[in-house]
Design a protein around this ligand. Sequence first.
Ligand code: PMP
Ligand code: GLU
Length: 399
Amino acid sequence: MKELSKLALGVEPSTTMAIDSMFKQMKAEGLDVIGFGAGEPDFATPDHIKLAGIAAIHNNDTKYTPSAGTLELRKAICQRLREDCGLEYEPSQIVVSNGAKSCVYEALRALVNPGDEVILPAPYWVSYIELIKMVGGVPVVIETREQDQFKLTAQELREAITPKTKCMILNNPSNPTGMMYSRKELEEIAKVCVEEDIYVISDEIYFQLVYDEEEFVSFASISPEAKERTLIINGVSKSYAMTGWRIGYVAANPQVAKVISNYVSHCAGSPCAVSQKAALTAYTASQEMVETMRRAFERRRNYMVERMNQIEGVSCIRPHGAFYVMMNIEKLIGKEMHGTVIKDADDFGNLFLKYGKVAVVPGTGFGAPNFVRWSYATSRANIQEGLDRLERFLKGEVI
Ligand code: PMP
Ligand code: GLU
């Protein structure tokens, strides 16, 4: 048989999805395992949103919609961008798609020619690097350090830019680090992007999950020149506990939005009509539930960070947003545990799952081999038990 597509063959599976599947499989087999893998809110989709989905089915809102999404939903998104981020967009600048993940792919498709370089600060969300490769782009990874809060500086960005650079991906607040850029930091980065004329795919999916009363600043709000070059990625998955409904969007300049809309008109047709109705309700009804869930995440973060830093051998810095903690395992590298010398986060993750019965995501897939990611989008009881197990596991116990 003939060879499959080289591009497709080069794509690695998603570590986050793989860990989650493994965890679910072990659970289904009756094993007492606790999962901190998938970054997915444990809350149910709020009832008023579920009811909107049910009503959509009853009202026969079950047909194709415009490729970019219904006008009413795009208007609602513009309203949210105005209220939540102080941004002015027209519905023609919005393309709704099958989750923010598809939107990142479409954004890259719209910008990248084969061989174009895409700057990606590490640690990065595992899908970015594969999505860049999927469009024939060349990822240019810039390592950031824990002592710098895993943040990219404008200087580092400038040094990585070449004539082939087309865009950068900025994830703010970040998955997996939970770090958030300040207005000043974004201004410095935006200055470089404008001067060097590069686009920015600004994935702001965690923008409402921000803690310690810090201010979230959308990259597009920095200046009109920055906005022109920004493709905002957002959606309902995280803020509204709607991961399975698959609704995300891109907001961009009219030309980019049109190109993306043309593209999806062929490869997706239109986003799910029922989910669009549910998302419309999420965006237009009271936003109280978003805040309730945010507060719950903040309490869990506080507990996880404090407790983790009391455990001998591991540590973490305090994240400001999203729902992830990056646990530093540097001190464990080279140590023998349960008969295996730990070389990297993969070894640690495998051993912790096998002997500690806890699933975490090794940082290897995020470009951070000395870290593992814990998601605190799970109950306080699970977090407590998971950290108890970590403590026991590190003492050599088998759970
Ligand atoms: N961007 C980031 C940074 C994410 O963590 C996720 C979660 N998988 C996504 C995008 C995709 O979200 P969605 O469920 O809307 O595809
Ligand atoms: N964003 C989540 C995570 O990083 C969900 C899984 C995925 O899509 O990668 O765990």
